[in-house]
Design a binder for this molecule. Sequence first.
Ligand code: SF4
Length: 446
Amino acid sequence: MQVYLTALGCRLNEAELQTWADEFRAFGGHITNDLQTADLMVINTCAVTSEAARKSRQTIRKLHRKNTRAKLVVTGCYASLEKEQAQELLGVDMVVGNADKKKLPELAKEIVEWSSMPYAATEPEETALFVRNKERAFIKIQDGCRYRCTYCIVTVARGDEQSRTIDDIVAEVNRLQTSGVQEIVLTGVHVGGYGSDLEVSLYELVKAILEQTQIPRIRFASVEPWDLPENFFELFKNPRLMPHMHLPIQSGSNRILKKMSRRCKSETFLSLVEAARKVVPEFNVTTDIIVGFPGETEDDFELSKKIISQANFGHVHIFSYSDREGTKAARLPDKIDNETKKARSRELHQLATIEKIKSMKSVVGDVQQVLWEGTTQRSEEGVYRVFGHTENYHKIMLELEQPINIANQITECKIEGFSEEINCLVATLVNPESIQSDQLFITQVE
Ligand code: SF4
């Protein structure tokens, strides 16, 4: 699902695009700058003057002319003030008033055939989980996969496993660190298989990065939950290796996992989670689950529900199964109807949200290092807010009295609570004087 986002008017309108982009990515969407290939276009309009409203109408028409195939969602001040007029413009599929802006990605998803299958491997450009910005760099450590999961197209397209050498990766990490990057995310198609062609292991690679670089934070992207080297989780005793992993389980039912040709059973998956949390109790495990895989019965679905609470996932990407041409799963019988898939997906979303909040609340009271990302924003109430991620990759917010820029700084924070309104953790600084805040940026203030 390719999503094109654009805004007119104030900086707040632009800042909202970033929030929506993160949410669309979390749903498995891709943000594109290419209008022609978009499946969904969202325009955040302005009506501060009649000229701004005219421009908003003009841009809506232009977007529709350039891509008549994509669904068009109009929001912002013009759309709120002139809702009926906006609704009547040619090509507009949905108008979202300012009051509903926070729910925009959720609402927009309703009008498009949301591409519903994971690619099952995380590459830099396919990463839905991580926020892409200048503070965080993605390093591809290997390509290809020796397995043939029945729904996976990546393996057909990517071929055999090929790993980069440890020296090459270490050199890249050092280059990135010199250029100011604070956090690296190790990615690949089958990360656990790293080094199978070079007779080295993922364990050795991580050890080398820890020993031969000074990069402050190292993470993993998506890692299939098998082939992890022995004692792998011991590595997380080093505080530079961030205690979070995205381990896609795909189903809680061993019967379905077998149909998917996955190499992991639910029991072994839970043992991995346990091993991780033995080393770091707040270890955050996130996952992917597919609902409605061919032949998935109510009992199978119940097992997927069960594993969500058993593993206390910090986040679950839920995908509704759809056939992908060229895969073995596409030829499997007993396809599940759309209504059932939708109902199962809704149910899992509700459960996953409960577990996510539980997982976030479990770190309240802790002191963690937080990497601050992006510009400081002024909220509607006039306070300055900056967002970042904890060590275990929970989104966190800090309120500042001054509009100072602390992006790309890592600071020690006390996690004070969880904000229902913003859906993230709230921090205070342990040592406010440690902030390097010489850059006051007044332009951000409206
Ligand atoms: S392990 Fe399975 S899902 Fe992952 S890349 Fe290989 S074949 Fe695809």
